[in-house]
Design a binder for this molecule. Sequence first.
Ligand SMILES: [Zn+2]
Length: 463
Amino acid sequence: MQLGKVAEQCATLAVGVVLMIIGGMGLKESREWDEGVPEEAESAFSWRTFGTGMLSGMHPDALLLCLPALALPTRSAGLIFLTSFGAGSMLAMGGYSAALRAACKSLGEQAVRRTSSIASALAIGLGMLRWYKHEFFTWTNAPRCDFCRSTDTKTIGGTEPTPEEQHFLAFKVEVAKCNACGQQTRFPRYNDPAKLLETRTGRCGEWANCFTLLCRALGYEARHVHDWTDHVWTEVFSDSEQRWIHLDSCEAAFDSPLMYEKGWGKKLTYCIGFARDHVTDVTRRYTQKFEELLTRRTACTEQDLSRTVAALSEFALDRSVSQLPAAAAEARRAQLASRGAAEQTQLAAAQSGAKAEEEVGRTSGDAAWREQRGELGANSAAKQKALACSELGVEGAAAPASKPAEPKAPASTPAAPKAPAEGHSSQEAQARMRARIAQFVAEGMTANEALLKVIQEAKMTNA
Ligand SMILES: [Zn+2]
């Protein structure tokens, strides 16, 4: 590997780690606020904030500014330059952060705590995405040859999984032929996230499965979002913002839901979010053209879809809370109901304005593969950006001054066609669907498969 590339990767990783440290410190600080740490709460200056700032001062970009040291005549002159430069910038960043905190304090505790937890969660999220994309997981178009380790391989077809592969939820196995030695290598497409912690490679399915597991392990509530036009990503619930946030680990994309439509040029149809204890249709988060999108949703009627999703969600919730004491189960039901209602309101609001990083084509996978799938970019600018930051993910394309989307305007276009008033027969239909789902899941189907199957059945009954 070239030296430049190694340096680039180290720098990227360091930024990821520093972000996670900053985020962790911030979260700890905002939690301690809750518990009340009297001596420190009194003082406007905090050593922890100062430390956070110092860490920011060590940003690897600053390395460039250290280059003049090489031009100095003696080694000690260079060393003095570096020491003063390092101390100066860390002191400045530290002082700046401490001053910011002092300024925030005067705004009132609530505002500061909220800002602090949002910023910390953002730092952890961005840091994790970076680390995951650049360090932890790798993309596989065709697997490396098992025999001679050559990467010059080509997928030539598929085969049946072995019992062991099936045990780790691989339902498909791809077979690649090596152009160097002629041998064949199997590439089982594992779905078991724990197995993926070991293999650490794959395409979007593997990426999202394993990333969602890591989010859950860190204590976040997470969803696995299935896009029926063949992609999958993660959503994480932000307690401080009280909303679900989009995270695409393949692209290191954070809160950029419009990237598929505006950047990749995808013609989305159904995006369904599967959580541990609920299922919900989140399509409207990912489009600005829901009316047009509806014309492509032809797999079933909207009414059948919403009933099936509701039935599946009820089934998941019942199964999940059956393990809990009654009071906790009731509390969780109430929490999901109020969150669900709030989310419906958010989703019904028109999606206005796209961020710079949303107007970038797909960056994961090799360019020919992306082009062939029609995901390299919605237009030539998006394609160029996607090619330019293929190694870095979309964060590389984000303009520094890009602002988060403005608060969403109230709905100007009508939302999803409302199902007719729920009558007796419709409740019966939903109950029947639920029973079918329970049966399918008991037979070993995944939630997504059960959903598809029930929708198919509904379609046949209606026809
Ligand atoms: Zn080989």
